[in-house]
Design a protein around this ligand. Structure first.
Ligand code: GLU
Length: 423
C-alpha cells in the first residue's frame, strides 16, 4: 500500500502548477473535442453518462464552476458520446481539464484510492481526544470541542470531504498568510520587510519580543500580523479595509461564503490586553510606518481573525496556494506567483507556532494553524487540505490536525524534500 501510494505520486514531484488560459481557438477546439471523444470511447466511455460517472469518481462534478456548463450539457445529452454534447462555447480551460481527466493526468491520480486512504487517516485522528479548546478568547470556548471536519481540493479542482467540512469556524491565525500576501501585493516586498522580519521567533505567538532590528519576527505571529494589517490600505476606514480583506479571502476560496463572526470580533476586542501590549511595544520601538493609526491596525487585525470559512472553502485557499496563486475552482489568478512563494516559505518556517521546526522536519509541508483549531495544509503542485478540530496541543496546534498530517506523510511522498530520498 505504501509503495503504491509512493509510485502513483512520484511522477508528480516537481510538477508545475496549472495557470490561467487565454481565449479559445475555435478550429483547434473541434479537433481536440473529437480526439477527446475518441479517447473516451477507447476507454469504454461510450455515452455522456459513462463519462460523467468517470469524472465523478475522480472528484470532478457540476459543482466545479469551470465544468458546470459542459457537465450540465452532457447530463442532458442522449445517444453515443459526441463532440456536440459538451455545450456551446466550451472554455479552453475546461477542455484542458477534461483532457487531463480522460488521459489520467489529474493532479491526484487514483482519486478513489487516495480518498480511501485519507478517510483512514481521518478516522485515526478522530480517535485522538487529547488537547484543550482555546478559551482565552471567551467566544472560542463555545466551539464544539469534538467537532472535526476535513476537505481536500486538488489543483485540478478535484474535491472530497469528511465530517463537519461545512461547519464554519473563525480563521484566527489561519488568515495570517493571506493578510501577509495582501500586504505584499499592496506595498511590495521591500516596504513590508522593512517593518516585519522573516525569521522564526522561537517564542510564543503573542510574546512581547522584537527582532534585533526592532521589527516583529515574522508575519505569522501576532505582532507581525498586526504590522501586516497596518500596511493594508492605511488611509481608508477600518470598515473598508476589512471588506477588502474579506473579498480577498473570498476570491482565494473560490467565492464560497466568508463572513465576519461579530461575536468573536467583540470577544477579542474585550480581551485584547496582550495584543494591545504588542502594539505599544512596537510603537515604542518605532516599528510602524510613520503616521500609523495603531488602534485601527489592531481593530483590522481582530476583524480579519474573526473571518469565517468552512473546511471546504479553506481547502480551496490551500489549493490556490498549491497552484501558484490561481484558484483551481474559478481559474482566476488571486495572487502573483512570487508572493505565493514568499507566503509558502513563511508558512513552512513559521506557520505552526513553536512546533514549526518540528513540523517542517517531520511533515515538510507549508501549513498554518489557528487557535480556533483551523489548519490549512498546502501540498505544492498537488492541492491542499482545510481541517478544523478545536482541541489544541500545548503549542496551540489542532491535535487531530497534526496527527492527520503525520499519517498522511507516512503514506505519501508529499514532504517537500521527499524527492531526494526516493529511489
Ligand atoms: N486572534 C488571536 C489572537 O490575537 C489569534 C491567535 C492565533 O490564532 O494564533 O490572540
Amino acid at each position: 500500500m505504501f509503495r503504491s501510494g509512493l509510485s502513483r505520486f512520484s511522477r508528480f514531484r516537481g510538477r508545475r502548477a496549472r495557470f490561467e488560459h487565454g481565449p479559445q481557438d475555435g478550429a483547434g477546439l473541434d479537433t481536440r473535442l473529437n480526439a477527446l471523444c475518441d479517447e473516451a470511447r477507447a476507454m469504454g466511455l461510450n455515452t455522456p453518462q459513462a463519462l460523467l460517472e468517470y469524472l465523478d469518481a475522480r472528484g470532478l462534478d457540476t459543482a466545479l464552476p469551470r465544468l458546470t456548463n459542459c457537465l450540465t450539457a452532457l447530463s442532458r445529452a442522449e445517444g453515443p458520446l459526441a463532440p456536440d454534447q459538451f455545450g456551446a462555447d466550451l472554455p479552453l480551460d475546461s477542455l484542458d481539464l477534461l483532457e487531463r481527466a480522460v488521459g489520467d493526468r489529474l493532479a491526484i491520480p487514483d482519486f478513489a484510492h487516495f480518498c480511501h486512504r485519507v478517510s483512514g487517516f481521518f478516522s485515526y485522528a478522530r480517535d485522538n481526544r487529547r488537547g484543550q479548546i482555546a478559551d482565552y478568547i471567551p467566544e472560542l470556548a463555545h466551539q464544539d470541542e469534538d467537532g472535526f471536519g476535513l476537505a481536500l481540493c486538488s489543483i485540478d479542482g478535484q474535491r472530497f470531504n469528511l465530517g463537519e467540512a461545512q461547519t464554519g469556524f473563525c480563521l484566527q491565525s489561519v488568515v495570517k498568510p493571506l493578510n501577509y500576501a495582501l500586504a505584499l501585493a499592496l506595498n511590495g516586498e521591500s516596504l513590508v520587510h522593512t517593518h516585519v522580519g522573516r525569521e522564526p521567533s522561537g517564542r510564543r505567538f503573542n510574546e512581547l519580543a522584537l527582532d534585533p532590528d526592532g521589527r516583529p519576527h515574522n508575519p505569522m505571529i501576532n505582532a507581525g500580523a498586526i504590522m501586516c494589517a497596518a500596511l493594508i490600505r492605511p488611509a481608508q476606514s477600518v470598515e473598508a479595509r476589512a471588506e477588502l480583506v474579506r473579498r480577498f479571502v473570498l476570491s482565494a476560496a473560490g467565492g464560497a461564503g466568508c463572513t465576519l463572526d461579530e461575536a468573536v470580533y467583540r470577544s477579542e476586542l474585550e480581551t485584547a490586553a496582550r495584543n494591545r501590549s504588542l502594539v505599544n511595544m512596537m510603537d515604542e520601538h518605532d516599528a510602524f510606518p510613520p503616521g500609523t493609526d495603531t488602534k485601527a491596525a489592531l481593530d483590522l487585525y481582530f476583524r480579519t481573525c474573526a473571518l469565517t470559512l468552512d473546511c471546504d472553502a479553506l481547502s480551496v485557499v490551500a489549493a490556490m496556494l498549491a497552484n501558484g496563486g490561481v484558484c483551481p475552482v474559478t481559474g482566476h489568478r488571486v495572487i502573483d506567483p512570487g508572493i505565493v512563494r514568499h507566503t509558502l516559505s513563511l508558512m513552512l518556517t513559521c506557520g505552526m507556532y513553536d512546533y514549526s521546526g518540528e513540523f517542517a522536519f517531520t511533515v515538510g509541508l507549508p501549513a498554518k494553524s489557528g487557535v480556533s483549531g483551523g489548519l490549512m495544509i498546502v501540498i505544492p503542485g498537488v492541492g491542499g487540505f482545510g481541517l478544523w478540530s478545536p482541541r489544541l496541543d500545548r503549542q496551540g496546534n489542532s491535535v487531530r490536525g497534526v496527527e492527520f498530517c503525520q499519517r498522511l506523510i507516512e503514506d505519501y511522498p508529499f514532504h517537500i524534500f521527499a524527492g531526494v530520498a526516493s529511489e
